[in-house]
Design a protein around this ligand. Structure first.
Ligand code: SF4
Ligand code: SF4
Ligand code: SF4
Length: 390
């Protein structure tokens, strides 16, 4: 037992160092000091998560800070350029991008996730984008696939863990679902089971999942018929194109990303999001699986109470694995289980791979969002130049 303890501490150290070195290298150009600082933060976080086993305790602030940095860097750029200049660019370039068949110019004027993979090849050149905002986007299908390749790899590798660790849009419902007190139960949407004198929720009702699939299907159909990537409704610049679209998006956001998460302590936005539903399918082929060691499990259902995604249910506990497709690998149930019966495994096998999972997903987040993180730091040093603040 002692040897196992020592080994896991050594693993924590090794994966912490590996992550720290990788992130230090990634951020070293253009600022060496930033590389050292980011490497130290990443390495320490991986080490602490693995050493203490408190995945959710560290994941949550990391996820929320990432969301805040990305949002503030975008907002800061609008403030830096001023709204008039900003809208001029939006009017000129974005319609062509959003509606590909309307004859786009092949450029966009604002950092959009689709252009971020250029960082992988462009190195520090991406900093120049701060001056112009002009970023090339793929001109043909082959180039588009190449640009999207890193995203495809990330989604295939992590599946719905993307929602727990990497998606900035999930940050708002995550913040809103903070705290413990559930004011609203929403029993209409959830199955219920009586056990040992208590009630347990048995996940979302089948019809709720059908609604999710219908939303995904409509999204795909609109994309195929019009060429409009509906996932861009999450992109705030689009909201400014039309006041009607703006108010509809605000209403959906208030209901699903603010009110329901606040009242129920669940990320309802992420139950209606078509990308999240698509990731539920992809989750079936990802290598990282959440499983329960049934020999250790004492059926206390603490993990069922802890789960904020209705992913852990009494049925999943009985089966010994999570297969609802809602699990975002947040680690809350792992922390809640006093028997240490839950872990992350390699596919359907018996090999536990918590360490590489944590190291990989933290490194991926910090590598993927380097553009926003550096812009955020740059903007902090230019606060005095903000037009809205002047
Ligand atoms: S469900 Fe959608 S919005 Fe929520 S975290 Fe996943 S991809 Fe992001
Ligand atoms: S918290 Fe652990 S012991 Fe309790 S039901 Fe869940 S897996 Fe089993
Ligand atoms: S099953 Fe566990 S890891 Fe998955 S979402 Fe629920 S609490 Fe998080």
């Amino acid at each position: 037992m002692r040897i196992i303890g020592m080994l896991s501490q050594q693993k924590a150290l090794v994966f912490g160092i590996l992550t720290g070195v990788l992130i230090a290298w990634w951020y070293f150009n253009p600022f060496a000091w930033l590389g050292i600082a980011m490497g130290a933060v990443a390495g320490l976080m991986v080490y602490l998560i693995l050493k203490t086993g408190r995945i959710e305790r560290f994941r949550r602030p990391y996820f929320v800070i990432l969301f805040a940095v990305i949002s503030l860097s975008l907002l800061g750029m609008v403030m830096f350029w001023g709204p008039d200049q900003f809208m001029k660019w939006v009017d000129r370039f974005n319609p062509g991008y959003y509606f590909p068949r309307s004859g786009g110019l092949g450029t966009i004027s604002y950092p959009h996730p689709i252009v971020l993979p250029s960082i992988f090849w462009g190195g520090a050149d991406f900093l120049a984008q701060f001056k112009t905002w002009q970023t090339s986007v793929p001109q043909n299908m082959a180039a588009s696939f190449l640009f999207m390749l890193p995203y495809a790899v990330i989604l295939l590798l992590f599946g719905r863990a993307f929602c727990g660790w990497l998606c900035p849009v999930g940050g708002l419902p995550e913040v809103m679902s903070s705290g413990r007190k559930e004011v609203l139960q929403l029993g209409l949407f959830k199955g219920k089971k009586a056990m040992d004198g208590s009630y347990y929720y048995t996940g979302l009702k089948p019809w709720v999942n059908i609604v999710r699939y219908v939303i995904l299907l409509i999204t795909l159909l609109v994309f195929l018929v019009s060429g409009f990537a509906v996932v861009n409704i999450f992109y705030p610049v689009l909201w400014l194109q039309s006041m009607n679209a703006f108010w509809i998006i605000i209403a959906i956001t208030v209901v699903f990303a603010v009110a329901l998460p606040l009242l129920t302590k669940r990320r309802w936005w992420c139950f209606v999001c078509p990308l999240g539903t698509a990731l539920s399918f992809i989750d079936r082929v990802t290598p990282f699986r959440l499983k329960i060691d049934r020999d250790k499990c004492v059926r206390c259902m603490d993990c069922v109470h802890a789960c904020r995604m209705y992913a852990m249910t009494p049925q999943e506990v009985e089966k010994g694995r999570e297969k609802t497709g809602h699990c975002i690998k947040c680690g809350r149930c792992i922390e809640a289980c006093s028997e240490e019966a839950i872990d992350i495994y390699w596919m359907e096998g018996r090999r536990k791979i918590r360490e590489p999972f944590i190291a990989l997903i933290i490194a991926t987040g910090l590598m993927l969002y380097i553009w926003y993180i550096i812009q955020f730091i740059s903007l902090l040093s230019r606060m005095g130049d903000f037009r809205w603040l002047a």
